[in-house]
Design a protein around this ligand. Structure first.
Ligand code: FMN
Length: 250
C-alpha cells in the first residue's frame, strides 16, 4: 500500500466523542470552513450552508434531539445544510423560473454538496490535531431542528459535526475486507463472502471486547441486525419534512 501524510491521516480516522475542555479559535473555524468551501460542488452551485452552534441553549436542544449529550462538551459544533435558498434569491432577482431548485435532483445535489463539505471539515480538523464525530442523528427531530436554526424554504439539515481536542484516542475500528466492497466492472457479491464475513465478525468482536471505552460483545453481523430492529419512528416524517421545506419529491 502507498503511504503519504494524507493517506496515513485518512486511514487513521476514528470518531471522537470525548473532548478536552477547549474551544476552537476563530482562525481554526475559518480554516475548516475554507477547507469545506474548496470541496467539489455539484454543477458549481455551492448548494450548502454551514451553521456554527455557538449558544449553550442551542447545543442543549441539539443534545436532546440527537440523544448525544456529550456534544455539549465539544470545542465547536457545525450543522451542514443542503441549501437551494441562496440560489433561489439569484433566480428571483433575475426573474427566472426557480422550479428546478425544488426538484429531487436539486435536493440530492444539496445533500451531496453538504456531505462532501462535511467530510472535508472532518479531514481538515484531523490534520489540525482535532477530532470529532459526524452526526446523522440531528435528523431525529427535523421539525424541531428546522425551527431551532430558523431554516428557510429550500434548505434542509443534513449532518452535524462535533469537533474538539480529543480527550482520548479510541482504537481504530476495523473495516470490511477490500474485496467485499470493491468490484471490477459489475456488482458481484464476493464468492468468499461467508468466510470473509465470519473472519470480519471475529475481528469486530475482538475490537469491541478490547477497546477502552464502552466495550461489549458484538460482531458486525449482530450490529447490522440490531440496526434493523432500531425504532426509527422519529424519522417517519422525513419525506414530509423535506416537502414542507419546499422540495418536490415524487
Ligand atoms: C452519515 C453519518 C452519520 C453518523 N451519525 C452518527 C451519530 O448520529 N452519532 C454517532 O455517535 N456517530 C455517528 N456517526 C459516526 C459513525 O458511527 C462512525 O463513523 C462509525 O461507527 C465508524 O467509526 P469510526 O468513525 O470511529 O471509524 C455517523 C457517521 C456518518 C458517516
Amino acid at each position: 500500500m502507498l503511504h503519504n501524510e494524507i493517506l496515513d491521516l485518512l486511514s487513521h480516522h476514528r470518531s471522537i466523542r470525548h473532548f478536552r475542555n477547549q474551544q476552537l479559535t476563530r482562525e481554526q473555524v475559518d480554516t475548516l470552513i475554507q477547507a469545506a468551501q474548496h470541496a467539489s460542488t455539484s454543477t458549481f452551485s455551492q448548494q450548502y450552508s454551514i451553521i456554527s452552534l455557538t449558544q449553550p441553549d442551542a447545543k442543549k436542544e441539539l443534545a436532546e434531539i440527537t440523544g448525544h449529550h456529550w456534544l455539549q462538551n465539544s470545542g465547536h459544533y457545525f450543522v451542514v445544510v443542503a441549501d437551494q435558498y441562496r440560489n433561489l434569491q439569484i433566480a428571483q432577482a433575475n426573474d427566472v423560473d426557480p422550479y428546478i431548485l425544488r426538484t429531487a435532483d436539486k435536493f440530492f445535489a444539496g445533500v451531496f454538496d453538504a456531505t462532501i463539505a462535511t467530510e472535508n471539515i472532518m479531514v481538515a480538523a484531523e490534520s489540525m490535531g482535532l477530532g470529532g464525530t459526524i452526526m446523522g442523528s440531528i435528523l431525529n427531530d427535523t421539525s424541531r431542528l428546522i425551527k431551532l436554526l430558523k431554516l428557510p424554504e429550500l434548505t434542509f439539515p443534513v449532518l452535524g459535526i462535533a469537533l474538539g481536542y480529543p480527550a482520548s484516542q479510541p482504537e481504530l475500528k476495523p473495516r470490511l475486507p477490500m474485496s467485499e466492497i470493491h468490484f471490477d466492472d459489475t456488482y458481484q457479491l464476493s464468492s468468499n463472502f461467508k468466510a470473509d464475513l465470519s473472519r470480519y465478525d471475529q475481528l469486530v468482536s475482538n475490537y469491541y471486547q478490547e477497546r477502552g471505552q464502552n466495550n461489549r460483545i458484538e460482531t458486525f453481523s449482530h450490529h447490522i441486525i440490531s440496526e434493523l430492529g432500531r425504532n426509527r419512528e422519529q424519522r417517519a416524517d422525513l419525506i414530509k419534512n423535506i416537502r414542507e421545506q419546499g422540495f418536490i419529491l415524487k
